[in-house]
Write a protein that binds this ligand. Structure first.
Ligand code: GTP
Ligand code: IMP
Ligand code: MG
Length: 334
């Protein structure tokens, strides 16, 4: 039985949601639990031709064996976004939050959208997560057990996750944001309001490091970054467009800055997360001829050469390679 944690290796938006939407069925996960900061993240997933943009409900919604979609006590909850997504995904009775999840209020969003340092220097998502975590540290933040309309959705997440692990049921832990956005390990001060490496994601949902089978680290075939802060080898917008690498943020709609795959950043992420397996998404964007392919041997020689060149430098193999946005558009080399 497995308990895998999926985390991001660059600056977010690597496609963690898509990898989870694949793994949830491959592993036949019964429980999917989400760690990370909160609704500043946006996962886009495509299941049976339908696209979902999720900020709160975990990306395991398409899992045929899934019974519980959980949000761990380390994660901030925006009740309005959470309740809307439950409707949208039809996961009432499946989606739950821990009573100790911090609650984002309108006052946090207001600060996140008006504070000069946050908006202009850091370029935050405006979701209110930084100001809410600030209140949490001051121990004045409301938590989920204080909110009347969350009452039907409360569950002891650490208890549920550990119970599943002890019963030898497959579990998936979903990370959000990414290594180089970590408050401790990232490009401070252009970072998010918490650590988001694998160890912290596990702590967010209440499981100890001894329970993890694999740390699956997700990279995109190129690097993107939204908000401010350094991006080595950043391409001009014109060049990004020419290469077809243009992306817009799921949460804010902002243009994502782009750069080629960065081996040094990837190596550091592998180290910081203790990665045991790697995923590479959006191969089809770099090599359009590979779209939708599901077998490594079907890839063109030059594509395989590019992949194995990176693998040699990282001294690790890509176990999963994304060739399209849908959960099934993947080459599985596990
Ligand atoms: P954060 O938690 O916000 O960091 O998000 P994320 O890592 O889940 O990624 P996000 O969904 O924001 O961005 C990834 C985008 O790439 C989405 O639009 C996905 O549908 C898309 N995507 C993921 N994998 C692939 C792939 O292999 N090929 C293509 N073409 N699109 C992909
Ligand atoms: P905050 O997390 O909203 O405070 O924003 C801090 C920085 O992290 C900004 O540069 C954001 O764009 C970035 N960020 C936070 N969450 C994500 C994410 O899920 N994907 C990509 N960037 C993110
Ligand atoms: Mg995203």
């Amino acid at each position: 039985m497995t308990c895998d944690v999926v985390v991001g290796g660059f600056w977010g938006d690597e496609g963690k949601g898509k990898i989870i939407s694949y793994l949830v069925n491959k592993r036949q996960a019964k429980v999917v639990a989400k760690g990370g900061v909160g609704p500043n993240a946006g996962h886009t997933i495509v299941i049976k031709g339908k696209e979902y943009k999720l900020r709160m409900v975990p990306s395991g919604i398409g899992g045929s064996n899934v019974e519980k979609l959980l949000i761990g006590p380390g994660v901030l909850v925006n009740p309005e976004v959470f309740l809307k997504e439950i409707e949208l995904t039809g996961t009432k009775g499946q989606s739950f939050v821990d009573p100790q999840c911090g609650i984002i209020g309108p006052e946090h969003i207001e600060i996140d959208r008006t504070d000069k340092f946050l908006t202009q220097t850091v370029g935050t998502s405006g979701a209110g997560t930084g100001p809410a975590n600030q209140d949490r540290v001051r121990r004045v933040l409301k938590i989920a057990r204080d909110i009347e309309n969350l009452k039907p959705y409360l569950i002891d997440v650490p208890q549920e996750v550990n119970k599943a692990i002890n019963n030898k049921e497959p579990v998936l832990i979903e990370g959000t944001q990414a290594t180089h956005l970590s408050l401790f390990h990232g490009t401070y001060p252009f970072v998010t309001s918490k650590d988001v490496t694998a160890s912290s994601i596990c702590a967010d949902v209440g499981i100890g490091p001894t329970k993890i089978t694999d740390v699956v680290l997700v990279f995109k075939a190129y690097v993107t970054r939204v908000g401010e802060g350094p991006l080595p080898n950043q391409l001009s917008e014109e060049e990004t467009r020419r290469r077809g690498w243009i992306e817009y943020g799921t949460v804010t709609g902002r243009l994502r800055r782009a750069a080629p795959f960065n081996v040094e950043l990837a190596k550091r992420s592998i180290m910081l997360n203790g990665a045991t397996k790697l995923a590479l998404t959006k191969l089809d964007i770099i090599y359009p001829n590979e779209v939708g392919k599901r077998h490594y041997d079907d890839l063109e020689t030059k594509t395989k050469k590019w992949i194995s060149g990176i693998e040699e430098e990282l001294n690790m193999k890509f176990h999963f390679i994304g060739t399209g946005p849908a959960d099934v558009d993947i080459i599985d080399r596990e």
